[in-house]
Design a protein around this ligand. Structure first.
Ligand SMILES: NC(=O)c1ccc[n+]([C@@H]2O[C@H](COP(=O)([O-])OP(=O)(O)OC[C@H]3O[C@@H](n4cnc5c(N)ncnc54)[C@H](O)[C@@H]3O)[C@@H](O)[C@H]2O)c1
Length: 288
């Protein structure tokens, strides 16, 4: 229902040319090959943005970029591990090229979990998750700084993706919870550094449970490969069964990737022109 309403608002605002909430603006979206990031890439493009579709999975990134182009949008796929600095730099170069020298938005969304209880979590698990969810976003924002620290009055924003694990902590996710809280500190700092002179907004979305492969059964066998090491994704079935399910979620269900992406679009769009430094909890009401 909420998604339909948002589409109505968009339709209403899209009557003038150039059309779309992000018409002519250029965005880098990391982890855009599937899940929430892919939906965000499609939504941003539908709203007129040029999109750099970034993902470690080259084929999936290309598919999303092709879909955007097939629908008349502008997109380019860039593949690589966002934890590598050369990939970060490639993204900025590709975006500046796509946007004719301008970049308006970064959505730091790429991510996965590598869970473990505290007494069994290795330094490698810790470092990887911190690098992925805090250092990589910091490096991307830093590399793109020359395109954000400008005074042309255009809509510019950073949206960082966090989690309720970052806000509340979560058993088995010391690394992820710490990183996802860290990204909120980065967001607020960007808002305070780049807001006053340049009008750049920075916001965080903290998702509860969204139906993607990260929340699917671990037994499904999804994995991500980092430096030759396969990291299994998902939640063990036994653990899902033991949890309270959606009893503590007022909407009694998980969110869809589209609904999650729509919240990112809302924050990036001029509808949130006076929203900065905020953490938007997208949880179906969980935690209230
Ligand atoms: N699904 C949820 O319930 C949930 C809840 C809270 C937060 N989140 C966060 O939302 C974001 C998106 O997750 P999702 O649920 O859509 O997962 P997903 O697995 O469906 O998509 C994540 C995408 O990121 C890409 N990726 C992963 N590591 C990468 C790397 N090192 N470099 C480049 N690309 C990389 C993957 O290839 C994948 O396409 C993540 O930051 C995740 O932590 C998800």
């Amino acid at each position: 229902m909420a998604s339909q309403r948002l589409q109505q608002v968009q339709g209403h605002l899209s009557n003038s040319y150039p059309s779309g909430l992000l018409a002519g603006e250029t965005a880098i979206i990391t982890g855009a090959g599937q899940g929430i990031g892919a939906e965000a890439a499609l939504l941003f493009a539908k709203e007129g943005a040029n999109v750099v579709v970034a993902d470690i999975d080259a084929n999936k990134a290309q598919e999303v970029a092709d879909k955007i182009k097939a629908n008349g949008g502008k997109a380019v796929a860039v593949s690589g591990d966002i934890m590598q600095i050369d990939v970060v730099n490639q993204l900025v170069t590709a975006a500046a090229e796509l946007g004719g020298g301008k970049i308006h938005h970064i959505v730091n969304n790429a991510g996965f979990t590598w869970d473990g209880v505290i007494h069994k979590t290795t330094d490698k698990q810790w470092d990887t998750i911190m690098d992925l969810h805090t250092k990589a976003p910091f490096r991307l924002v830093k590399a793109a700084a020359p395109y954000f620290r400008v005074k042309d009055g255009e809509n510019r924003s950073i949206v960082n993706v966090s989690s309720t694990s970052g806000i509340h902590g979560n058993a088995g996710q010391a690394n992820y919870a710490t990183a996802k809280m860290g990204i909120i500190g980065l967001t607020k700092t960007i808002a305070k550094e780049w807001g006053p002179q340049f009008g750049v907004r920075a916001n965080t979305v903290a998702f509860g449970s969204v139906s993607t492969r990260l929340t699917a059964a671990k037994e499904d066998g999804a994995a991500v490969e980092i430096n030759g090491e396969k990291i299994a994704l998902g939640i063990p079935k036994a653990q899902s069964k033991a949890s309270a399910g959606f009893a503590l979620v007022p909407l009694r269900r998980s969110g869809t990737p589209y609904e999650a992406a729509a919240s990112i679009l809302a924050l990036a769009s001029p509808l949130c022109a006076y929203v900065s430094g905020h953490t938007l909890e997208v949880t179906g009401g969980a935690g209230i």
